[in-house]
Write a new protein. Structure first.
Ligand code: HPA
Ligand code: ZN
Length: 343
């Protein structure tokens, strides 16, 4: 049985320089900020209070979460809203020892409501620049396509975002996984590749191992978001280990969305023992009960993990990031210095 982490060990986890690579910025919208923005923008809400909204965060699967998540995002209207949202996240990220953040955003959720693409991207992009000045955090944006919509709509979204091409570094694929395999988005990912954009995709969260394979083979994804169901295919685990493909694992999300019954049953230790390049992330922290450090602390409390695993997880996150090599090298050196101070 693992023993609960001591305050000294928790402080060690906090000090380790970490990259967060799987964070939907709309999923960092806390109920208090959600209500404040609804009031400011005159958006009606289905819940009467912050408490009533929080009480609705009892999910049975991915779709039950997405329905509430998209409704929550409807309060975001202006460039200032997006900037404030991301600034609130960066303050928490800094407190958790995050040195690098790659933020997912879902433009289609917003443009469908008439929010201009420029308001979304310029607000978030300004926050990324301010995060460096204010917190020393290196941050970039990854534009995600909603997989429950068509590929034609994804292609249109990519085109609509091109005037802001220098404001995002890659594309991703999120939303309802079951019934929407990666290969549905072959052309838009090929186009993103031609534009020099990085490519990542959610796969193997609720979907089968075959979705992880097609994300790699058809979309040429450089990282797999979630990917936890890979352990159902030993051949796929071998492939992921041999290629060093990073998996951006989100433990509290997996429990909240019933991918695992509890944290003690999570396959993180199995993924690590298989030599996979796993790192930890918070996914949608306002909805799933914790930001990045809380995910770390909960895992180290519930699972048989130690100092070596902590350093490996932090190293994997830095190595899997799309940050420039010199930045990554500086963080990796900082990581080795912190690792030497393990309690
Ligand atoms: N999975 C798929 N789509 C999402 C998620 C997720 O965990 N969070 C926000 N959009
Ligand atoms: Zn996600």
């Amino acid at each position: 049985m693992p023993t609960p982490t001591t305050p000294a060990f928790q402080d060690f986890l906090r000090r380790l320089p970490k990259a967060e690579l799987h964070l939907h910025i709309e999923g960092s919208l806390e109920p208090e900020q959600l209500f404040a923005l609804a009031r400011r923008n005159g958006v009606p809400l289905a819940h009467a209070s912050v408490e009533a909204l929080r009480a609705a965060y009892a999910f049975t699967d991915l779709q039950s979460f997405l329905d509430i998540y998209y409704a929550g995002a409807s309060v975001l209207r202006t460039e200032q809203d997006f900037e404030e949202l991301a600034m609130a996240y960066f303050a928490r990220a800094a407190a958790d020892g995050i040195v690098r953040a790659e933020l997912f955003f879902d433009p289609q959720t917003h443009t469908a409501r008439g929010v201009p693409m420029g308001a979304v991207i310029e607000g978030l992009s300004r926050a990324c620049r301010r995060a460096r000045a204010l917190h020393g955090i290196s941050a970039d944006l990854i534009l995600c396509f909603l997989r429950h919509l068509s590929e034609a709509e994804a292609l249109q979204t990519l085109d609509d975002a091109l005037p802001w091409r220098e404001h995002f570094i890659g594309v991703g694929l999120d939303s309802s996984e079951r019934g929407h395999p990666p290969e549905k988005f072959a052309r838009v990912f090929a186009r993103a590749g031609e534009l020099g954009l990085h490519r990542v995709a959610h796969a193997g969260e609720e979907g089968p191992p075959a979705y992880i394979e097609s994300a790699l083979d058809v979309l040429r994804a450089e990282r797999i978001d979630h990917g936890v169901r890979c352990t159902e295919s030993p051949a796929l685990v071998q492939r992921l280990a041999a290629t060093g493909t990073p998996l951006t694992v989100c433990p509290l999300s997996n429990v909240k969305l019933c991918v695992f019954p509890d944290l003690a049953s999570h396959n993180l230790p199995a993924l690590l023992s298989a030599g996979l390049k796993v790192n930890l992330n918070s996914d949608d922290p306002a909805y799933f009960g914790g930001y990045l450090l809380e995910n770390w602390r909960a895992c180290f409390d519930a699972l048989p993990l130690g100092v070596t695993d902590a350093v490996t997880l932090a190293r994997n996150s830095l190595e899997a990031s799309f940050a420039p090599v010199d930045e990554r090298a500086a963080w990796l050196a900082q990581l080795e210095r912190e690792a030497a101070t393990a309690p």
